[in-house]
Design a protein around this ligand. Structure first.
Ligand SMILES: [Zn+2]
Length: 82
């Protein structure tokens, strides 16, 4: 599965808002600060037992950061001597 396919699969299950995500099936929400806590779906949600840590699943879909050529890395300014 390509990263885009993984992201599309994730996106069918979840909706991402400003700093929070929402289960498309039961509309339960979780803020990113609570990502280490298992997601609490509403009772009877069809996804209840499938995805407990959706933020981690989202991370797992991410494309690896592009490696920048060395010339584009930030150049450290030499400290000015007193
Ligand atoms: Zn749900």
């Amino acid at each position: 599965m390509t990263p885009i396919e993984k992201l599309m699969t994730w996106n069918r299950q979840w909706r991402l808002g400003a700093g929070m995500l929402l289960c498309r099936a039961c509309h339960a929400q979780q803020i990113e600060a609570e990502r280490a806590v298992a997601f609490k779906h509403d009772p009877g949600c069809e996804s209840e037992n499938l995805h407990s840590f959706p933020w981690n699943d989202l991370d797992a879909t991410s494309v690896k950061p592009v490696q920048l050529p060395q010339a584009l890395e930030p150049i450290l300014q030499p400290s000015i001597p007193f």
